[in-house]
Design a protein around this ligand. Sequence first.
Ligand code: ARG
Length: 459
Amino acid sequence: MAQLWGGRFTKETDKLVYNFNASISFDQKFYKQDIMGSRAHVKMLAKQGILTEEERDQILEGLDGILKDVENGTLEITSEYEDIHSFVEANLIDRIGDPGKKLHTGRSRNDQVALDMKLYVRDEIDEIDGELKELLTELLSLMSDNVETYMPGFTHLQKAQPVTLAHHVGAYFEMFRRDRERMADIRRRMNLCPLGAGALAGTTYPLDREYTARLLGFDGPTRNSMDSVSDRDYVIELLSALSTVMMHLSRFSEEIILWNSNEYRFVEIDDAYSTGSSIMPQKKNPDIAELLRGKTGRVYGALISILTTMKGIPLAYNKDMQEDKELTFDAIDTVKGCLRLFTGMISTMEFHRDVMEASAKNGFTNATDAADYLVNHGVPFRDAHGIVGRLVLLCIDKGISLDELPLEEYQKISPVFEEDIYDAVSMKTCVEKRETYGAPGPDVMKKVIAVNREYLEKN
Ligand code: ARG
């Protein structure tokens, strides 16, 4: 048991207590960030004359050696140390002796861990952003290829009006674009450096916090030292944004599960992204989509967990906050994995365009357009609604769609109908006429695709 704080104690820590308190099993994940933070701290201490240049160089060399040895596997991070901070400091002292003991001057593990966590979260936000961008790129290419792929649009999971696959996928493009914007927002707001806050009340050394902040790529130092060591808002914001990403992935996965079912057959998930049954030889199951949907609960759990942990914590640092790590790491890894798998799944999925179009036709998604036809010929909308309702009933009775109903039958119910009704209720016309900005009409859809392509090029 290597502890940094033995001086005041006369007894050994109980073994169970030691294990309960230790965080090395999980905070070793940010060994790199911890070393980066220490490097910046030491440079600043030397600049301020708190350390000599020689001490600085010895410490920097020692830290670099630790980083290199951890990365090439010659130095193992073990449970002998309480946390990653103790591991690095103890190893530094082992390597370079006395100058290593000066590393922690003007610093507390409270501002140190606040810094490490921020650096880690910041790196991960950048990675998640990259995954989201890949997904958006895939979605945009699906959209470009399917501007004229007709399919039913649903409300209440009942066929409503015809849309296109480009339009349906475009809805998800907007969701994941907002997810990216949320990530960027969080990154911007959290980008102030807590180092120099000390345990809670700053330090008596003449630290240059601006300088350390700049070295570490922050926009500046945090403004209140008590807040600096006890702020986990950015973790909560991140987990909230990640929960929203998962909610979006889950909704899309749910649709893919439906579309992939024998009843819909709109898509077929690739063999590489499906699994079989141990008993039913015919089965090809959408397990990956189901797991994506299922893992959403786990990320929501992390959000609720940290919100609950933080709600009763008095200022400033309290050990409860150590609980932020495992759940954040798990949520981040889950979301990154899910995004990668989802992008892979949709880029290999086969779309049955004929089935989608037939489904739009057979579900009376053009009924509103038939009513609009009457309105364009002077029939009040409410009457037109009633007339088309009777036509739909007749078609259901005959087991046909509106474009298969003979003109005499149309005219028996309303003499206003002419031969051009067939053009008016064709899928092509129904979609082409929907040209309000944001609608599925191909011209306006292409405009939106161009806007989103420009966004991806610039961001
Ligand atoms: N492992 C701790 C955490 O994750 C580091 C900070 C420890 N500070 C302390 N005063 N015990 O929060």
